[in-house]
Design a protein around this ligand. Structure first.
Ligand code: SAM
Ligand code: FES
Length: 353
């Protein structure tokens, strides 16, 4: 069996490893290996994106959810969370602020909230698109029927984020109630891709019970799906969930996986997530230096930020959108990168060049 360094070289050359090879590589993680990986990842990141970092304006428009995922702070059983829904006017206001600040992608994210009917969602997408035709709309609304995804795509949505969470069926069942299944989740992802969405999947690093074999399966699934985006961040416990007492994921392992993803699929849109910035004050910068090329600052009104607490101590819950934007600008410039005003589509060259 090859050594971990040779496996990284092989990954770069062939973009594929076997499950056993992934397990060796993930198990071999140490500081030296990580540096070797990050240099390669940064070389590829620079080759495809230069020093440009794409920004997405995140609008967390509802924290009502019918699901009860064991890890999630806004799961339906959490009676301590004060629930909210943004009105269409409030959402349009977020887009207006965002556009002024240079955002050209709006991400509408929320729990699975039946109050936002198909008709309301299509109307929302259509209205945003009519007002901001040069912007991309990303949806992150959980599992829906193929017909629903199709309707939203016709209304103007461009992208969809739905993390598979874990590709291992037994592990999936330990993280979710029995009405949810990894089979359904994967089917949604295949549907989204087929419809024509730029599709994003992903998983939490260090979720309870996660093993190197589970991670190997995640990477194999991602290779098979060939998504356009992959969102990964550390699992962080939330005090009002069944996983309150579980240990969280580590910065080191999250960065290592970001690096592996960049080398496996060099053109990926890969965010340095808020969760990474939550467990390390320089987490997002470290994510970029490990190969990420996207950041997703929050555009939600400050009055609701604290209520969309998926995990404890989430950062940026008190800052105005403009503050988040300029804070990230400074952070990126310090490490030699720059935020660009661009939709940042998959596989499309940045318009700023
Ligand atoms: N309802 C949509 C969905 O299920 O895709 C979007 C909202 S959901 C809260 C977005 C993501 O948050 C999930 O895919 C999950 O990976 C992440 N998340 C939830 N709880 C978390 C936690 N405790 N730590 C880290 N990430 C978490
Ligand atoms: Fe629905 Fe987390 S359980 S968003």
């Amino acid at each position: 069996m090859d050594q971990p360094r040779q496996l990284i070289d092989k990954l770069e050359e062939t973009s594929r490893l076997t499950k056993e090879e992934w397990i060796v590589l993930i198990g071999g993680q140490n500081e030296d290996l990580a540096q070797y990986l990050f240099e390669k990842a940064r070389r590829l990141q620079t080759q495809y994106f230069g020093n440009r970092i794409y920004i997405r304006g995140l609008i967390e428009f509802t924290n009502y959810c019918k699901n009860d995922c064991y890890y999630c702070g806004i799961r339906r059983s959490n009676r301590q969370t004060e629930r909210y829904r943004l009105t269409k006017e409030q959402i349009m206001e977020c887009c207006k602020d965002g556009y002024r600040l240079g955002f050209r992608t709006f991400v509408l994210q929320g729990g699975e909230d039946g109050c936002f009917t198909q008709e309301k969602l299509e109307d929302l997408v259509y209205t945003i698109k009519a007002d901001y035709p040069d912007c991309a709309i990303t949806l992150s609304l959980g599992e829906r029927s193929k017909e629903s995804y199709e309707g939203l795509f016709r209304a103007g949505a461009d992208r969809y984020l739905l993390r598979h969470e874990t590709a291992d069926e037994a592990h999936y069942q330990t993280l979710h109630p029995k009405e949810l299944s990894v089979k359904k989740r994967k089917q949604c992802l295949w549907d989204l891709k087929k419809i024509g969405y730029q599709t994003g999947t992903g998983f939490m690093v260090g979720s309870p019970g996660q093993t190197p074999e589970h991670l190997a399966k995640d990477l194999l699934f991602i290779r098979e799906l060939e998504p356009h985006m992959v969102g990964i961040g550390p699992f962080i416990p939330h005090h009002e969930t069944p996983f309150a007492g579980e240990p969280g994921g580590t910065v080191e392992q999250t960065l290592f996986l970001i690096g592996l993803l960049r080398v496996m699929l060099p053109k990926l849109l890969l965010p340095a997530t808020t969760a990474l910035g939550t467990i390390d004050p320089r987490g997002r910068e470290k994510g970029i230096l490990a190969g990420a090329n996207v950041v997703m600052p929050n555009l939600s009104p400050t009055s609701v930020r604290k209520k969309y607490e998926l995990y404890d101590n989430k950062i940026c819950t008190g800052d105005e959108a403009a503050e988040c934007r300029s804070c990230l600008n400074r952070r990126m410039e310090k490490i030699g990168y720059r935020l660009v005003i661009d939709r940042g589509d998959y596989g499309v060259k940045c318009l700023e060049d």
